[in-house]
Design a binder for this molecule. Structure first.
Ligand code: URA
Length: 211
């Protein structure tokens, strides 16, 4: 199966109830040969409409941070742990909600082969839910962001603040943690480049140190 075959078969997924209300399965986009994969939680309203990850308000901030880190979106691969929008429809108007454990579990049938084909050197988890899913259940974003962790799907994984968290915290002239997002993207890319040049490079003993 090729990467395109995998993407194509994901489009008809009926593995969980999110399939009932979705507009698009948001598989992911970017360079599937990139050494760095960014993984968010799941698509929101705009992503569901567009069929592309991180295109709403959070996505615009992420784009700005990627650019400020000296990269282009096309240099990376961007996806989510869950490929369909999770929303609460009980009031008639959909309100975004975190995906349930069962939805995350059902979606691993796409995420696992997707990462198996990309074989990234580094995964950058965008936000706590992604880090809890891909690094460890007990992940604490404020204490452990920006550090290297072992990961099943890459040589190492790092987590950073979610742009929606940053947007909520930007007030009174504070940057809400935006500079940390830029620094973590730079750090993740530097590690990915280092591991490309020297695949045998061992991981730093101190999780916070640079490669
Ligand atoms: N938030 C996410 O976690 N992923 C997206 O694609 C958009 C917003």
């Amino acid at each position: 199966m090729t990467f395109d075959d995998l993407r194509a078969s994901s489009q008809g997924c009926l593995a969980c109830d999110l399939s009932k209300r979705r507009t698009h399965v948001v598989f992911g986009e970017g360079d599937p040969k990139s050494p760095l994969v960014l993984i968010g939680e799941g698509p929101g309203e705009y992503e569901d409409k567009a069929g592309r990850p991180f295109v709403g308000r959070s996505g615009k901030l992420l784009d700005k941070a990627i650019e400020e880190a000296g990269l282009r979106r096309e240099d990376l691969y961007i996806t989510n742990t869950v490929k369909c929008r999770a929303a609460d429809w009980s009031t008639g108007r959909p309100v975004n909600r975190p995906p349930t454990e069962a939805e995350v579990e059902a979606c691993r049938q796409w995420l696992v082969p997707q990462l198996g084909m990309i074989q990234p050197k580094v995964i950058l988890c965008i936000g706590a839910p992604s880090a809890k899913n891909l690094i460890k259940k007990s992940f604490q974003i404020t204490k452990e962001r920006g550090l290297y962790f072992p990961c099943e799907f890459a040589r190492t994984a790092i987590a950073t603040l979610h742009p929606s968290y940053i947007l909520r915290n930007m007030h009174d002239g504070g940057d809400g943690g935006y500079s940390l997002l830029v620094a973590d993207i730079k750090k993740a890319w530097a590690a990915a480049e280092r591991l490309m040049r020297d695949p045998e490079k061992t991981l730093p003993e101190k999780q916070g140190s640079l490669f």
